[in-house]
Design a protein around this ligand. Structure first.
Ligand code: F6P
Length: 581
């Protein structure tokens, strides 16, 4: 490295090891909170100029963040915070393939997974886009062979059912997209006669449920694991391998099992023909991998590659917007900054994800992983303990179901900023003659009403005017001033689903970039895994050799001993037993 570059990198490191909370814009925002706390959304919503400035449109979608507890001055200060955090530079470094995942020394290039064929995105001096398209082309060919029935199983029958075995990022993203597509008319047509199932939990009940009613003769198992070492996935994969070979013979595995992984050596060792393995790369984080073969293979098997390509194009459209739009009009940037504002300044640690679409029922579970595994960190990217809390507690349910569940707390209990997501045109419109509105309008009435109920609330004076009994007034009062934002999508087809996914992915990266943490590693999941290894060994020793539980604290030892005693009828030498469902 030459001297100039070395000086640059040392300076760069010094700059980045400073905590964002020490910066002037952070302190300025801290001071600004008091001013904002004096406002109420009831009044802020009367300022049409403010509301107009807080609406952004891009590629058919509308973001309205006027119901955030923020003024235009707040937004200006947040942009200054973004500049102090070097947000633009960090975004550029991500797209340039720099090793921004420093603790794993990797690029972060999920954007390359949906880049157009002629794009050039570098990782370690190599344009990765041709590699991406080589795998996509292989998926296209393979999925067409399966879907057309020209690939048959061991007994000559076409494979109509697919079970995708994987967990975490190798499961939640594909499940979200599959669930969202399931009722899209184009997807329904493309999937006719086919079924896609998922097996994630190591709980044998999940095995039983995922293969219930399936015939191994007509089933293809896709083992999805970035590392091909994840304990749950590998045991589930061995279980389904046994399910296939016990019924069709060991040679059938080659016809009925394929894999998606970065570790093709382990795939081969497992007994899957490397020709039937679909690669991806270290620069794809597990939770950011839905646009790699992790999602594209199972989804193409179910819906055909051309439909999945539309999903990739939707995500790519947001990538370009994120990369090139000025911060003030950049949807993921605005969303990320508002999250930082809510968490770090207003002190609201949670976020509710409330899609008014049943098709988006798996959005919140997916975003839980993307967000909480990415930003659930206690130290800065340079390892300095954070003097503030990073990360966000995500949860959610589709409206209107959530309204009859946890909205009580959101309206009158704790303050939880909400993401309302609405769709203009339903995937499955229903009208009943004589009803006031269509079924979708009924749903959307709630989408429009809830944010205002949260923002405006209801005052004791209003209740008095309505002659509410005095003793009930405190119970029926709504304080209001509860922040939310609304995102309106034109429809929910593959393209829009891709857009939605990329918006959340980038928003979460923005939060991490501003907090100055590494949003792309996940060391926090390791400790529990290694302790489970110790427990696994003990359970084996106790069951097979009668060894007493040893080396654990009083609590764990007592619980494990009781567990072993209460299940002592399980034979020491376990015969193979598969679900009987
Ligand atoms: O639980 C941690 C994790 O490493 C996730 O980050 C990842 O998505 C999941 O496990 C599955 O990992 P793999 O794809 O390697 O099986």
């Amino acid at each position: 490295m030459n001297l100039v570059l070395r000086c640059y990198s040392v300076l760069d490191q010094m700059a980045s090891s400073a905590l964002i909370s020490d910066s002037e814009p952070w302190k300025d925002l801290k001071g600004h909170v008091e001013e904002v706390n004096k406002t109420h959304l009831r009044d802020l919503m009367n300022d049409v100029n403010r509301c107009q400035a807080m609406m952004v449109e891009f590629d058919g979608m509308v973001l309205d963040y006027s119901r955030q507890c923020a003024t235009l001055e707040t937004m200006g200060k947040l942009i200054k915070l973004a500049e102090a955090a070097g947000l633009k530079d960090k975004i550029n470094r991500m797209f340039a393939g720099e090793h921004i995942n420093s603790t794993e020394d990797r690029s972060v290039l999920h954007v390359a997974l949906r880049a157009p064929k002629d794009a050039a995105i570098q990782s370690d001096g190599k344009n990765v886009v041709p590699d991406v398209w080589e795998v996509l082309n292989k998926i296209q060919k393979f999925s067409e062979t399966i879907r057309s029935g020209s690939w048959v199983g061991a007994t000559g029958k076409p494979l109509k059912d697919v079970v995708a075995v994987g967990i975490g990022g190798s499961f939640l993203g594909p499940l979200f997209v599959h669930t969202a597509l399931q009722t899209d008319p184009e997807a329904v047509e493309a999937a006719r006669g086919r079924r896609l199932h998922f097996l994630a939990n190591v709980d044998p009940i999940d095995v039983a449920r995922s293969i219930a009613g399936l015939n191994p003769e007509t089933t293809l198992v896709v083992v999805v694991s970035k590392t091909f070492t994840t304990a749950e996935t590998m045991l589930n994969a061995r279980t389904l391998r046994e399910w296939i070979s016990s019924s069709l013979g060991p040679d059938a595995v080659a016809k009925h099992m394929v894999a998606v992984s970065t570790n093709l050596t382990l795939v081969e060792k497992f007994g899957i023909d490397p020709k039937n393995a679909f690669a991806f790369w270290d620069w794809v984080g597990g939770r950011y991998s839905v646009c790699s073969a992790v999602g594209v293979l199972p989804l193409s098997l179910q819906y055909g590659f051309s439909l999945v390509e539309k999903f990739l194009k939707g995500a790519s459209s947001i990538d370009q917007h994120f990369h090139s739009t000025p911060l003030e009009k950049n949807i993921p940037v605005l969303l990320g900054l508002l999250s930082v504002w809510n968490v770090s300044f207003l002190g609201y640690p949670a976020r509710a994800i409330l899609p008014y679409s049943q098709a988006l029922e798996k959005l919140a579970p997916h975003i839980q992983q993307v967000s909480m595994e990415s930003n659930g960190k206690g130290v800065s990217i340079d390892g300095v303990p954070l003097p503030f809390e990073a990360g966000e507690i995500d949860f959610g349910e589709p409206g209107t179901n959530g309204q009859h569940s946890f909205y009580q707390l959101i309206h009158q209990g704790r303050i939880i900023p909400c993401d309302f997501i609405g769709i203009v045109k339903s995937q499955q419109p229903v009208y009943l003659k004589g009803e006031l509105v269509s079924n979708h309008d009924e749903l959307m009435s709630n989408f429009f009403a809830q944010p205002d109920a949260l923002a405006y609330g209801k005052t004791p004076e209003q209740l008095q005017k309505e002659n509410v009994a005095p003793h009930l007034i405190p119970h029926k009062t709504f304080s209001g001033n509860r922040p939310s934002l609304s995102l309106l999508l034109p429809s929910l087809n593959a393209y829009n689903i891709g857009q939605l996914l990329a918006i959340y992915e980038h928003r979460i990266a923005v939060e991490g970039f501003v907090w100055g943490i590494n949003s792309f590693d996940q060391w926090g999941v390791e400790l529990g895994k290694s302790l489970a290894t110790q427990v696994r060994k003990q359970l084996h020793a106790s069951r097979t050799e009668g060894k007493p539980v040893d080396g654990f604290n009083f609590s764990t030892k007592t619980l494990m001993t009781k567990y072993l005693q209460a299940s002592s009828d399980i034979p020491a030498e376990l015969p193979t037993l598969l679900p009987k469902i």
